[in-house]
Design a protein around this ligand. Sequence first.
Ligand SMILES: [Zn+2]
Length: 420
Amino acid sequence: VPSELRAGKDEVAVRLKRARWLGPGPVRRLRVEHGRVQLDTRVRDGCLSYEVGLSEGGSLDAAVRRVGRDLLASPNVWLWRPERRARDARATLRLHLPPQVRALVPWPARSDGVRILDAEAFRFDSYAAFGRFTTVETTEGDVRIEAARLDGALAIDDAALLRWLRSAIGAASQSASGLPHKQLSALVVPSGEGTTPVPFGMVARGGAASVLLLVGASAREDELVRDWVLPHELSHLLLPFVEREHAWLSEGLATYYQELVRARAGLVSERDTWQHIRDALTSAASESTDASVVRESARMHLTRSYTRVYWGGAAYWLGVDVALRTHSAGHASLDDVLAALRAEGALHDVWRARELIARLDALTGTTIFASAWAEAEARAFPAYEATLAQLGVRAEAGRVQLDDGAPLAELRRALIAPRR
Ligand SMILES: [Zn+2]
């Protein structure tokens, strides 16, 4: 028996109402310190109960929110776990719910409905919901999809919802070795009338992939299929989890790939892709500040300079991808080196940014990643104009024309050539 059980996030400690030992031996109240349930380690096996309050509130990764008659409740809020765990610790979960109440939890189910939680189910965040919704299932390639649309009005029906999810997963699989997670749960939250089809999305990787998507009431299927948010969220899964201070790396990668994978899947044309990349880079670079994107990243949530950090990061990855491909005469690419990194088991850990970059350099036998970081740090925004010019992305009065005579025009086409 572990000495302590605790919530997924410290802020959640106050939600614990009580904890009881149910046996062996007499039922008794368990001691709780700062939301941590204290256990007797001399006992070999046992059973306990605890009760948590699910009132609304909490940060994004430990959120409880009412959605009409349904409830979003992150497992961080209700799933207590041992403080110290073996690296390969696993658990099983069986849910007993009131009649008509359903759950969408991210973890894979055995045939008897019991869920399997691997060590990453506790290492990383995840999303879950309870309510009177129905869940729908499908597959795309080798990825199993389970989705629930929570209470509220949406223009799309379940069939259109599944087609959208499958299309985005198909697109995000347009990277070397495909999507690393073979199970995805999607929580679709109707968000009322808005200006964009998907006003917000978030992905987590605890035990499987789970994604939370706010969807506009009037969003049409064709708008959702072309939208960037879900491809962006899924592209996060291509890179290991990086310390949050260096969000420019993870957000930059997801921003870069949201463009590549939609173009590779044919959802957006080659010209429109480069038009969008150029417009977004130009706009992000023009936001005046003297801090580099690397420095801005650490304080992004205070300054709200999200666009600059996301697209500054995207400029970094575009630069290293082009440098890698040029350096290797087309034999190496960012796709391949990320696939090699994942093949080493890198997704199991939280990485420090510098270590990740050093590993990418080691895998490619270059210093491309570290040099580009040093350059990004030395300027207000990573250089991208010369790269676009070499790729043959030229703008006249703001409108992009693709120049097939440019020195790297072939490389430009290779970037968005379908992968599989
Ligand atoms: Zn993101």
